[in-house]
Design a protein around this ligand. Structure first.
Ligand SMILES: Cc1cc2nc3c(=O)[nH]c(=O)nc-3n(C[C@H](O)[C@H](O)[C@H](O)COP(=O)(O)OP(=O)(O)OC[C@H]3O[C@@H](n4cnc5c(N)ncnc54)[C@H](O)[C@@H]3O)c2cc1C
Length: 396
């Protein structure tokens, strides 16, 4: 049995950011992950200026520089291309900041291993290949049972930070979270070679039926591969991930411009399924007695764009600040930690509310056909508020 102040469950971007921010404050903590790194993560692999800004807020310009210098990074100078159900294309003008590209791609295996390499090993008790299988309150501590190979170990901590991604076990055990199927997406991804039409590096999102309000994405990667994936609301598929493969093939076969993209393409891997919780709803609790949730565990994946990595880093930093205050005051109760929920609401609520509303309208093709289309009303209305807000939202 070992003791620590804070136990972070999950060493993805959210857990790593929390660890770095705790180390900056000199707080003893353990960081565990069931995976050995580099580990796979189903993801579109795209990020923009928001991720670089989140690393800057974490005071880690060195990590930003390491990302930008990585051999796994691909600068997508042509940004993001969005397609509606008729195949019309819309290209939002995106901000170019540090590094001079509006969008980058980087394989998440490489990115997450790079982020993890920056945790301060002199301060963190890092345990990979350690799965948290149980959590229970024991007096003024939470005891976590870890499965390591065929052994079990116990860590006792004053506070747990749940950074264990979508379908967080920390949230279900310590906050009794019950999933809302309308907040859950089923997603799948695979790797391809030779997808056509990417001579100008860019990423693509195809908002098409039968996926709406979800979409199909294509992201070119540095080593000549393409990450291709799709996501749709879980209740649309009866929460059954085995249907993703059929849906994927149907979506490509139904659209001539996608058939062109894939006519000479070669699929390299099977479709891998992954859940996505895109909450952001004000009703979702992100804190409780002796627990804070960060990243996807806190439902911080944007339902419209599917982007969540920058928010994972921001929430990890914010949770560490709240954890430090709790340790200083010795107060770990729900009322004290509720300030963290308010911090997240202040930072992200506007964006999530807009995205959720947009997605409600986006269940039929007219909205994205309008946004991407070239009709006279579309041109006239391109300056109205909704279009500008949409543009700000994807201005990552
Ligand atoms: C299909 C898809 C496409 C996406 N595309 C993009 C994109 O292009 N850009 C973008 O910014 N975001 C994208 N996202 C969102 C992004 O992947 C997440 O927001 C981000 O990974 C959240 O980071 P995290 O650290 O919270 O969780 P994760 O990265 O999921 O990390 C959670 C970690 O917890 C560990 N873990 C889980 N349970 C346990 C346990 N019981 N014990 C120990 N360890 C545990 C896991 O092994 C994992 O390493 C996409 C998501 C999906 C599903």
């Amino acid at each position: 049995m070992s003791e620590t102040d804070v136990l972070i469950v999950g060493a993805g971007p959210a857990g790593v950011a929390a660890s770095i921010a705790l180390s900056q404050r000199g707080i003893a903590h353990a960081l565990i992950d069931r995976a050995l790194f580099p580990r796979n993560k189903v993801d579109g692999n795209a990020f923009g200026q928001d991720l670089l800004a989140a690393l800057d807020r974490l005071n880690r310009a060195d990590i930003m520089q390491a990302l930008l210098a990585s051999e796994h990074l691909l600068a997508c100078a042509d940004g993001a291309w969005l397609f509606g159900d008729r195949g019309d294309r819309y290209q939002p003008s995106l901000a170019k900041g540090v590094g001079q590209a509006p969008i980058y791609t980087m394989d998440r295996q490489a990115m997450d291993a790079l982020l993890l390499s920056f945790v301060d090993r002199s301060q963190v008790d890092l345990r990979l290949g350690s799965e948290m299988v149980a959590l229970q309150q024991e007096g003024d501590r939470i005891a976590a049972v870890l499965k390591v190979d065929d052994r079990t170990e116990v860590i006792r901590a004053k506070l747990v930070i749940g950074a264990d991604g979508a379908r967080s076990r920390v949230a279900s055990i310590l906050l009794n979270r019950v999933e809302d199927p309308t907040d859950l997406a089923l997603t799948g991804q695979t790797y391809y070679r030779n997808v056509a039409g990417f001579e100008q590096p860019h990423i693509e999102a195809h908002y098409i039926q039968p996926l709406l309000p979800g979409f199909l994405f294509i992201a070119p990667l540095a080593q000549g591969l393409f990450k291709v994936g799709l996501g749709t609301r879980a209740d649309r598929l009866g929460n059954n991930a085995t249907q993703l493969e059929t849906l994927f093939n149907q979506a490509i076969a139904a659209k001539p411009w996608l058939q062109d993209r894939f006519s000479a393409a070669e699929r390299v891997t099977d479709l891998e399924a992954w859940p996505m919780t895109f909450g952001g709803s004000a009703g979702l609790a992100r804190s409780g007695d002796r627990v804070l949730l960060v990243g996807d565990a806190a439902g911080l994946c944007n339902p419209l764009t599917g982007f969540g990595t920058a928010k994972a880093i921001d929430s990890g930093r914010m949770a560490a600040a709240v954890a430090a205050a709790a340790i200083a005051s010795g107060q770990f109760d729900r009322a004290t930690l509720a300030g963290y929920d308010r911090d997240l609401q202040r930072a992200f609520d506007r964006e999530f509310q807009f995205s959720r509303r947009f997605n409600r309208w986006n269940e039929s093709p007219w909205l994205m056909n309008f946004v991407t289309g070239r009709s006279i009303p579309r041109r006239l209305l391109s300056a109205v508020k909704v279009a500008r807000r949409w543009q700000q939202l994807v201005e990552v």
